[in-house]
Write a protein that binds this ligand. Structure first.
Ligand SMILES: Cc1ncc(COP(=O)(O)O)c(C=O)c1O
Length: 368
């Protein structure tokens, strides 16, 4: 039968506790699964202020075209300029999402004669981009820079260019890459360094520019990718890079060329918030203190505002999530293939608008 394969695959997923469906959203729950790390998505004062700006500027609600055709509204260049000025990089290029950026950059830049070395736990969007490239792909053990160096020692000379790829704050474990070490290896072995700051942009660094700012390595990273759909409560993504790479990507990056550009209104909202990033330091400090206190309270290790509570089995993670939701905490189970098999977990994604007092009940619920 024509449909049997699909039906039985879905049945298998159900049996393994891996079946996915869209959860109902309920705005009344205490939100612990969103990436609204600074609480900007609930800040209606900012919204109201931006609406006035919108009325004055009449931003378009759609680009109705790719940027290479008629979609290149002034808001694109303005936001790119704002970002490259903040990072002091030669240039910046916008993408429609972090997924588009990660799929479109490495697939365009890395060719047959090149090698990509990525941390074992990098996000699916990076893996997809790498697999679409013609380069050889190897993974090093998660944040194990001795392993990375051993691969570089062994293979560097076999390839023309080598790209080292990592997230700064890892999306599912909330732990942090050692950027200084990555920069050291990049320099020693003459490689390009690609850092995905999806979960650090807005949250880390004095001006909210991410771990690259916090660690003082902006100028040493060849590709800094940031996404706007998380702490920046908007949509889209950027890569801060050299002018040459921007030019190359504009000519080769398929996820940029063959898609309708983001609506100018979204770019204007992103720019509105990006400009104000330095003003959110109080939120960053509170989030950092809250994360440490919450992890201590739960007795788990956490290096950032993403606090993983590893349960192991899919079914138990689902049950734990159901119990928390019943008690007004919106925490969803994270399962394979998003995380490795048997490491199903609750991923507490904290936000600067939360208080420890509100979260204290969670520990007792988890004991159940
Ligand atoms: C590390 C990382 N990079 C990229 C993305 C994709 O970003 P976007 O949601 O903007 O497509 C995500 C999304 O969860 C992510 O966790």
């Amino acid at each position: 039968m024509k449909y049997e394969r699909y039906i039985s695959t879905l049945e298998n997923l159900r049996e393994q506790g891996n079946y996915r469906s869209f959860p109902e959203t309920n705005g009344n729950l205490i939100e612990l699964s969103s990436n609204d790390y600074l609480g900007l998505n609930k800040d209606y004062t900012l919204y109201a202020d931006f609406v006035e700006e919108f009325k004055a500027n009449k931003y378009k609600l759609s680009a109705c075209s790719s940027r290479l055709l008629s979609g290149n509204a002034p808001e694109y260049t303005q936001l790119e300029k704002l970002i490259s000025t903040a990072y002091q990089t030669e240039d910046c290029l916008l993408y429609n999402s972090g997924y588009h950026a990660n799929v479109g950059i490495l697939s365009a830049l890395a060719g047959k004669k090149d090698l990509i070395l990525a941390d074992k736990l990098v996000h699916a969007s990076l893996i997809d981009g790498i697999q679409l490239s013609d380069a050889t792909f190897m993974r090093y053990k998660h944040v194990d820079y001795k392993h990375l160096e051993s691969l570089l020692e062994k293979h560097r000379n076999e390839y023309e260019e080598v790209f080292i790829v990592s997230e700064s704050i890892f999306s599912m474990d909330g732990d942090i890459a050692e950027l200084h070490k990555l920069v050291e290896l990049k320099k020693k072995y003459n490689c390009f360094l690609y850092i995905d700051e999806a979960h650090a942009l807005g949250v880390r660094g004095k001006n909210g520019l991410g771990c690259v700012e916090e660690d003082g390595v902006i100028q040493d990273v060849d590709f800094i990718v940031g996404t706007f759909g998380k702490a920046l409560a908007s949509v889209g993504a950027f890569v801060a890079c050299s002018q040459l790479f921007k030019e190359y990507l504009v000519n080769h990056s398929r996820t940029l060329i063959f898609t309708t550009a983001l609506p100018p209104i979204n770019l204007a909202w992103t720019a509105y918030l990006f400009e104000r990033l330095p003003d959110f330091n109080d939120r960053r400090i509170h989030l950092s203190e809250l994360s440490k206190a919450f992890a201590k309270h739960l007795n788990v290790k956490a290096e950032s505002h993403i606090v993983p509570y590893i349960i192991g089995s899919n079914q138990e993670a689902i049950e734990a999530s159901k119990l928390l939701i019943k008690n007004d905490f919106n925490v969803l189970p994270i399962r394979y293939p998003t995380v490795p098999q048997n490491t199903a977990r609750l991923r507490f994604s904290l936000s600067a608008d939360l208080k420890l007092e509100t979260l204290k009940l969670i520990k007792d619920l988890l004991k159940k």
